[in-house]
Design a protein around this ligand. Structure first.
Ligand code: THU
Length: 134
């Protein structure tokens, strides 16, 4: 199994732990970080629907809590999606906050087809990308 397949496997295993009793749409995300480790997250829904957090942002929160500095790749997997699932707009913005310049997102659904796309293409005209970090 190569690195890409391993990341997809981690995302698919995570998806089974999603908390999605309202939409029944389970999502898992797995981040390959600059420290060489993989960090996972799942979508966590809430009865106040707007408080739902996507799998990608939860994986990022997990990775940042473990002091990663940059994301090299993210696999997004949903066993409930007919098509390879790309991150929502909010997650694209948050991924760019930590993405290495050549970072990629690997989109996966229930089928075997996957779509790999550079973050720079997934989120062009990055909002506020010149804002200085202190
Ligand atoms: N969801 C994610 O976790 N990631 C995505 O990229 C798309 C949407 C979740 C949010 C909600 O719990 C469910 O999928 C349906 O929108």
């Amino acid at each position: 199994m190569n690195d890409k397949e391993k990341l997809i496997t981690k995302a698919s295993e995570a998806a089974l732990k999603a908390y999605a009793p309202y939409s029944k749409f389970r999502v898992g995300a797995a981040i390959l970080a600059d420290d060489g480790n993989v960090y996972t997250g799942v979508n966590v829904e809430n009865r106040s629907y707007g408080l739902t957090i996507c799998a990608e942002r939860n994986a990022i929160a997990h990775a940042v809590a473990m002091e990663i500095k940059a994301i090299k790749a993210v696999a997004v997997y949903s066993p409930d999606s007919e098509v390879p699932l790309p991150p929502c707009g909010a997650c694209r913005q948050v991924i760019t906050e930590f993405a290495a310049p050549d970072a990629v997102v690997i989109c996966c659904g229930k089928g075997s087809e996957t779509v790999e796309i550079p973050v720079s293409e997934l989120y062009p005209m990055d909002s506020l990308h010149n804002l200085k970090k202190n």
